[in-house]
Design a binder for this molecule. Structure first.
Ligand code: SPV
Ligand code: MN
Length: 612
């Protein structure tokens, strides 16, 4: 390391940081070590480096670049993401782990010499707003300028924040190497490993580039944060945060958890509302109120089917000058294209498979689409014209309602309000999402995903749920909880809702928070009245909402619901869950059975319940 870079490190007055950097340098053998501060020059250096080494290429539009991950490195690698554990754990969920010493030995062997001929970048970030009780410090070492650049767009600078640690080791450390490159993509993907050391707050990631694997601050930091939150009495969630704009300029803040590709970003981006964050939120109780902060400051969003109709705000940002990294899309003549863009897609170009042409097949004879289904865009939230004015508030944002959503074609109604907080926790804990044709494996298989956080829960599930249940203790205002389902279909397979209908669900919930609408009690929770939805559909979407639509969408498919309760009973049978949760499961099933007997029907119209 040269003197200038060494001085930048020394200014932090943190011997732990110095030791980590020294050891990483010895191990990985980079040609050069560059320490990046919060200065404009340093950040611009990263931007330029990503272009100079070819990890990103300039596109026609000012500020736009494209990056490609390897053909086999297009999504989170769940199989090779493992906890380093010194003894077995029983978390009640499948835990992917490796014996700690064995795992360390393996990952160290892959990291040895991994940066030969490359530059090691040392970066400092703040998870959550700076100067805030939410802020966690994160040190990232990587040999990928694309990773370092992406983190610039997605996280807040933390070099100055690190000085405030006063030499303490209380920070997360993410150690990444893309490994050997061929055509600028990781060559040894068979040796891709992501190993998480919860005891030391370190994540090692090697032989990969896809952001979900390589960017320590994203889902890898979430796993460390979930453990830390459990120890300190707060919550780290896979949630958006948004401002819902009610009548007369009123803004009510919501959070919402949805599994990947189930409408989380599109909810946070619904026209007319403002966004605070779209992926990860920290929730803390402050003066008797649940306050939430976005631990990120940008969006790493799925680009498939983003178009001017479905996602006008994002589409606008993706088609105007500004800093945007496109990944794994199709490039033709310096212009990016992707599936369902709703404009003509050229027959050829460069995509994640290299030179692409329409009809190109992979080695298994399967047609390669123009862009990968998990192709993404990365941008700063402040590139968007709907960013909320409190997005960076160090005190966080007061949460008035929480949404949970899955992907379910035949069971759950579009929106329901929980009867109580505990019932809401139950609704969140029993989220299911169906696999789509675009994900690996069979179509329509239901996957259970509590709080949409299953992949990241780094502790016993029962304790995690218990933490949610007791979170309302000493609260002055208890947020309302809603379960949504944007994917309900009729018996012919037709979707029962339009993409924008969620705007009405949000505004109905917003009105409920302010006691403006009555609701109908059903065995699964409180549902909207037809008249209120009719008014809201006209007010928000200028759409005539018919009684037939209401009946189709809000009838209780009671047999299907009971099947879901059965599935849940089976799943939770062998997991140690809090008594309050088990009680909710039991009583909801009982209420459903009672209704089935009382009305003698498989499907019960919402009007039956309102006539009581
Ligand atoms: C998700 O899959 O939930 C994402 C993208 O937000 S990733 O960074 O891959 O986790
Ligand atoms: Mn996510």
């Amino acid at each position: 390391m040269d003197k200038i870079n060494l001085r930048k490190l020394e200014e932090l007055n943190n011997q732990y940081v110095i030791k980590i950097v020294e050891e990483a340098t010895q191990l990985c053998n980079p040609t050069k070590v560059t320490v990046i501060t919060d200065s404009k020059e340093d950040i611009n250096y990263i931007r330029e480096l990503a272009l100079a080494v070819g990890e990103e290429k300039k596109l026609k539009m000012e500020g736009h670049t494209v990056h490609f991950d390897g053909y086999y490195d297009q999504a989170r690698d769940k199989v090779n993401t493992r906890y380093l554990l010194s003894k077995d754990v029983d978390w009640g969920i499948k835990v992917n782990s490796i014996e700690k010493n064995k795992g360390l030995k393996e990952i160290y062997s892959y990291l040895t010499g991994s940066m030969a001929g490359k530059e090691m970048l040392v970066r400092f970030f703040s998870l959550g707003p700076t100067n805030s009780v939410f802020s966690l410090k994160a040190l990232q070492i990587t040999d990928s300028a694309y990773v370092a650049h992406s983190e610039d767009l997605l996280y807040r600078q933390g070099y100055e924040e690190f000085k405030k640690l006063n030499g303490s080791p209380d920070f997360f450390f993410f150690f990444h190497s893309a490994g050997r490159l061929e055509n600028r993509v990781s060559k040894d993907v068979d040796k891709r490993r992501i190993y998480i050391d919860l005891e030391e707050n370190i994540v090692y990631s090697v032989n990969n580039q896809y952001a979900g694997n390589s960017l320590g601050l994203k889902k890898l930091a979430l796993r460390l944060a979930i453990k830390k939150a459990n120890e300190e009495g707060w919550l780290a969630e896979h949630m958006f945060i948004m401002g819902v704009h009610g009548p007369n300029g009123r803004i009510t803040y919501f959070t919402g958890a949805y599994p990947s590709a189930c409408g989380k970003t599109s909810t946070a981006m619904i026209p007319g509302q403002t966004v605070v964050g779209d992926d990860i939120a920290y929730l803390k109780k402050i003066d008797g109120v649940i306050m939430a902060a976005n631990m990120e400051s940008g969006i790493f969003g799925i680009i498939h089917s983003v178009n001017s109709e479905n996602d006008p705000v994002i589409y606008q940002a993706l088609t105007t000058p500004g800093e945007v990294i496109f990944s794994n899309v199709l490039i033709n003549n310096g212009i990016p294209y992707w599936g369902r863009i709703k404009k003509d897609i050229p027959d050829k170009g460069i995509n994640f498979s290299g030179e692409w042409f329409k009809g190109k097949k992979d080695c298994q004879g399967k047609e390669i689409p123009c862009s990968h289904r998990n192709a993404r865009y990365t941008l700063k939230l402040n590139e968007l014209n709907n960013i909320d004015s409190k997005a960076n508030d160090p005190g966080g944002i007061p949460v008035k309602a929480i949404f949970y959503g899955g992907r379910d074609s035949d069971t759950t109604i579009p929106i329901v309000e929980s009867l109580t907080w505990a019932h809401g926790v139950f609704l969140g804990a029993t989220v299911e999402s169906e696999t789509t044709a675009a994900t690996l494996g069979a179509r329509g298989v239901r996957k259970y995903n509590p709080m949409a956080n299953l992949d990241f829960i780094s502790m016993p599930l029962g304790t995690y749920i218990e933490n949610h249940l007791k979170f309302t203790k000493d609260l002055k205002v208890i947020p309302k909880i809603y379960a949504t389902n944007y994917f309900l279909k009729d018996e012919t397979g037709k979707c029962l809702n339009g993409k924008m209908d969620k705007r009405v669900w949000l505004l109905w919930a917003e009105g409920r928070v302010h006691n403006e609408f009555e609701a109908i009690e059903t065995p699964v929770g409180l549902i909207p009245k037809y008249e209120d939805l009719k008014t809201l559909f006209i007010r928000e979407l200028d759409k005539d909402y018919t009684v037939t639509e209401y009946i189709q969408q809000f009838s209780l498919r009671v047999v299907k619901y009971l099947e879901k309760m059965e599935r849940m009973s089976k799943i939770f049978e062998n997991i140690q869950m809090p008594a309050a949760f088990t009680e909710e499961l039991k009583t909801q099933a009982e209420r459903l059975k009672l209704a089935k007997t009382k009305y003698g029907e498989k499907i019960i119209s919402p009007f039956q319940f309102s006539d009581r």
